[in-house]
Design a protein around this ligand. Structure first.
Ligand SMILES: NC(=O)c1ccc[n+]([C@@H]2O[C@H](COP(=O)([O-])OP(=O)(O)OC[C@H]3O[C@@H](n4cnc5c(N)ncnc54)[C@H](OP(=O)(O)O)[C@@H]3O)[C@@H](O)[C@H]2O)c1
Length: 169
């Protein structure tokens, strides 16, 4: 098995804490399927003392999410903060500029800055992944980009927001 993919995760709310829990609970299965372990090495949120039901002692902590983009042995920064402007988009730009792949669940930021960030990722030969920001994590982006690449899809209609569907049901 190859070396771990080392990630830094910004935002430890509903989504960020859940990501850490799932990576911990399913680490062996994910490593088997991905062909390499995924290792969280650093985290950031505003309040270090907030009880998140997680043991954060294994991770480097920073109150300033932008620090994560500067950690030299981080391969990938994961942003679970939210908001179209401010720290989220600064973190995206800094991470990509520093040659780190970037994963986000932040639909507002992708709506406002997606083209710019995609161009930056391409120019640095790293990945920008935002599947979790669309349709409650249903893998539609990959399906449209790869599985349906021979089709001419002009529009997709429907309620694609997991939170709306949760409320409506
Ligand atoms: N909740 C959902 O069902 C869902 C589903 C799909 C996508 N999303 C998207 O996922 C993202 C996160 O949503 P969420 O529901 O997890 O939000 P949340 O519970 O409000 O969590 C936000 C986290 O960001 C941290 N944070 C805020 N400002 C920060 C800063 N300046 N520096 C560092 N950390 C900061 C907060 O720190 P503290 O904890 O210390 O306050 C908190 O841990 C959003 O973009 C949202 O649209 C959410």
């Amino acid at each position: 098995m190859t070396s771990p993919l080392r990630i830094a995760l910004a935002g430890l709310g509903t989504v960020g804490s859940g990501v850490i829990e799932l990576l911990n609970e399913n680490s062996q299965m994910i490593a088997d399927r991905a062909g390499r372990p995924i290792e969280v090495i650093a985290v950031s949120a505003r309040d270090k003392n907030r009880d998140r039901g997680l043991d954060l002692s294994p991770y480097i902590w920073s109150d300033n999410a932008l620090d994560l983009a500067a950690i030299s042995d981080v391969d990938c920064v994961v942003e679970m903060i939210g908001g179209s402007e401010g720290v989220a988009v600064d973190l995206a730009r800094n991470s990509l500029n520093n040659g780190k792949s970037f994963v986000t669940a932040n639909k507002a930021m992708i709506a406002h800055h997606g083209m710019e960030l995609a161009g930056l990722a391409e120019s640095k030969s790293v990945s920008l992944k935002y599947e979790a920001a669309v349709a409650g994590g249903i893998p539609v982006i990959k399906g449209l980009r790869e599985g349906a690449s021979a089709n001419r899809i002009e529009r997709v209609y429907g309620i694609l927001n997991g939170t709306c569907n949760y409320i409506l049901s």
